[in-house]
Ligand binder design. Structure first.
Ligand code: ATP
Ligand code: MG
Length: 173
């Protein structure tokens, strides 16, 4: 019987959503599986995971966004980037080339009204049977939660940032 892939969500305000997805990527790669990471709404900074990804076969990595923007004047531009990024994600999902696709920070697309939720849900529902998808991001919409097989919420108990400690290389990026 063909493997049944799952839809998994990592949400909540605590640290660990993207890095937990990367742990699963590591696990899948260890079994020789093919993985695709698509990052929405992230800048082009030197993230350690991206630098490492360049050295790994079986892992395709795409960056769509240009950084978090909550500036009204740039909303149209952001929307365009989000639409292009999601078109790429839909293409990669439908390609049936992968065992695991990570849609990192996808929750911001519907939450900021960059994309209609129905369009995203439709694409997720039409995924190839064997494919697992991990979605990360704060405030996962209920439509995602309903569709998913597994949902984890990471709660902040405390975070170094609250004590004035800035983002650190190798830990936050
Ligand atoms: P990580 O990438 O470390 O797993 P994350 O994916 O859960 O974090 P995001 O909301 O994507 O969290 O966070 C973006 C950046 O802010 C990351 O560098 C992350 O480490 C950091 N971060 C995550 N949670 C918090 C928090 N509660 N307070 C301050 N910084 C945070
Ligand atoms: Mg993240």
């Amino acid at each position: 019987m063909e493997k049944k892939g799952r839809i998994i969500i990592h949400t909540g305000n605590g640290k660990g959503k993207t890095t937990a997805a990367l742990g699963t990527v590591f696990r899948a790669l260890g079994h020789g599986q093919k993985v695709c990471m698509i990052q929405f709404i992230k800048g082009q900074g030197k993230y350690g995971e991206r630098l490492f990804a360049e050295t790994i076969d079986n892992l395709d990595w795409y960056i769509c966004g240009k950084g978090f923007v909550f500036n009204k004047e740039q909303i149209d531009e952001d929307k365009e980037v989000a639409e292009e990024g999601f078109a790429l994600a839909a293409d990669r999902i439908a390609s049936d080339c992968y065992d695991l696709v990570v849609l990192d920070e996808l929750t911001y697309l519907p939450n900021l009204d960059f994309l209609p939720i129905e369009k995203i849900v439709e694409t997720l529902k039409a995924k190839p049977q064997r494919l697992s998808i991990i979605i990360t991001g704060r405030d996962a919409p209920t439509e995602f939660v309903e569709l998913a097989d597994t949902v984890s919420e990471i709660v902040v108990v405390k975070h170094a940032f609250q004590q004035g400690i800035k983002a650190q290389k190798g830990v936050e990026f």
